[in-house]
Design a protein around this ligand. Sequence first.
Ligand code: T1G
Length: 694
Amino acid sequence: MTQQEPVTSSVEDGIALIRIANPPVNALSAAVRGGLKRAAEAAAADPAVRAIVLAAEGKTFIAGADISEFGKPPVPPSLPETIAALESLSKPVVAAINGAALGGGLEVALGCHARVAAPSAKLGLPEVNLGILPGAGGTQRLPRLIGAAPALKIMAEGKPISAKEAQANGLVDEVAEDVVAAAKTLALKLAGGALPAVPKDRTNLGAREAFEEAAAAILKRNPNNPSVEACVDAVRAAFDKPFEEGLAVERAHFTRLRDDPRSAALRHVFFAERAAARIPGLPKGTAARPVQRAAVIGAGTMGGGIAMCFANAGIPVTLIETTEENLQRGLERVEGNYATSVKRGSLAEDAKAKRMGLIEGKVGLEAAAGADLVVEAVFEEMGLKKEIFGKLQEIAKPGAILATNTSYLDVDEIAASTSRPADVLGMHFFSPANVMKLLEVVRGKETAPDALATAMEIGRKLAKVPVVSGVCYGFIGNRMLARRTAMAERLLLEGALPQDVDKALTDFGFRMGPFAMSDLAGIDVSWRIRKAMNLKTAPVADALAEAGRFGQKTKRGFYDYSADGRTGAPDPEVATLIERISAERGISRRAIPQEEILQRLLFPMINEGARILGEGIAARAGDIDTVWLNGYGWPAWTGGPMFYADSVGLPKIVARLREFAAASGDTNLEPAALLLRLAHEGSSFTALDEKAAA
Ligand code: T1G
């Protein structure tokens, strides 16, 4: 197969039409940059050319720099050079923005003399999501085109704006269905006149006070974010320095941030999330089954949240309960959640009505008959689940997917309770289901390939990040979490207090530590489960629950919430209770350094992750990272547990785990076989994934 030229050019009626075709998203690879620069030079030299239109093939205009080229030796021409070549032409260049113009893609458009965008186009500078800042003039040109404060908002938030918004703020000159035709007309109109390039002076920056005010608010909302800080500094340079010097400020920040390990981690996150969509062993071209209607069994907090996910995506859903009373309570909770969104201004009243209109409440399993996908979300009780799936085999349409939202239970055992195990899989949502992005799709041993493909596709339609997991107790996320939970309790008995354990994790970047989280979720929930299973694994949590300290809802748990009901203060009573339990068990308490706390919380999880990978429960280390980043608040700039493990160094983790195992006698803490092998070979989880992908 011969590689098609990614940039082609043709001249007609005095216009050079330069087209970029670099699927899938027209990223600005070295070949594209080279092609663009040559096409610009050719158009400049051709006397038949009066004006130039820059257009792109496919759904996207340009998705920005080619992220896979980061960290490799740079190949000329650089993007700033390429853009300078376009901007300095004495003939007008008009960008025909057919789809997303992101990052370097928008910066290319800013180097043109005018911009026409399709109504569906999105324009943005998402670089902060990759731990960098716009590096090809975006921080200098955008403020000079639309004003410093609005430009800062776009780059600091990293969220694209619509064509309509872009027209309103002056980023695009025109919105048109046929962007190429409109761009041609505009280009010819501009030919011969003075070219309307982005002004290089301060004319359009707006008031400095307005910028400083916006900057202060943005910095406050994004504490300790080096990318956002760099955006502010670079845009400020537009006020203080001439254009070229502003570019130099931007460049310096860009190279520094690009080479920072945090940016490498965020690039890993970008590719890992996308790789998770590829399912090993799924026959090529496996088509998803059509899903026109869904049903959710169980209108509790979880079931209601899942029903909201379908309604939010425009998919009609039947919410099923056993009694009218339970159903009404469930529907009221859903309505209440939407009402809160309306009150906060994030949902319009008519949108709320539309979504509620998509949710139909019914009593009795028979109501699942019309659904193409049934999600069971009842209590975590195997007997009950089997009974429901046994009935569903008769009720559900032939070919309907039968999904269980179980967090722990054996999906194969559930599947075996039906005559159609090929239709059965797990769809494990995370609480609150309408908010959390993670969806673990659990593949049973009998699950049909097209059933799996359907769950993954629906997951994406619900705006989730779906990750495939094999069957095991707790799947990927909760199985690893259990290691952390057990260790957190042990740390309390050995000398730490809840605030010490939580601080180790919040300093690392988690929003919340395990004890603050328990207080929020309710200590009684897991206490009841432990009691039912006769488990004695969490003596401190059990003692708190027995004392009626259930967490925030009783104003007391691991912390004291008596101040305002939500802010937890360390409680001396809890310290006394923990010390008493340590003493009863003959454990002499000691001060545990924060670094040790962190390692003892994270390394056993990584070890469990290695087991999960070794057993084939997860297909890639990157899938495990994706689970933790989207379902458990793992800080993105460390890349997720397995990427973080590579950055710590696997031999160090092996050595520490051996020490933890020896000190505690807990064989679970012995390093996993895969971890040992990779450490021994001097390899890494990243290298393992790369080898598997090749
Ligand atoms: N570079 C390389 N590959 C990219 C890419 C990029 N910029 N964008 C997407 N891909 C790959 C992606 O990995 C996937 O590959 C396939 O394209 C489809 O993507 C100097 C430095 C454009 C909205 O951050 O937001 O410019 O998995 O599944 O849902 O200042 O892709 O199929 O092998 O996401 O239709 C800034 C990133 C770069 C935009 C399309 N730009 N891309 O979404 O498809 S930094 C971005 C997106 C920069 C300059 C700086 C989305 C999309 P595979 P997809 P999609």
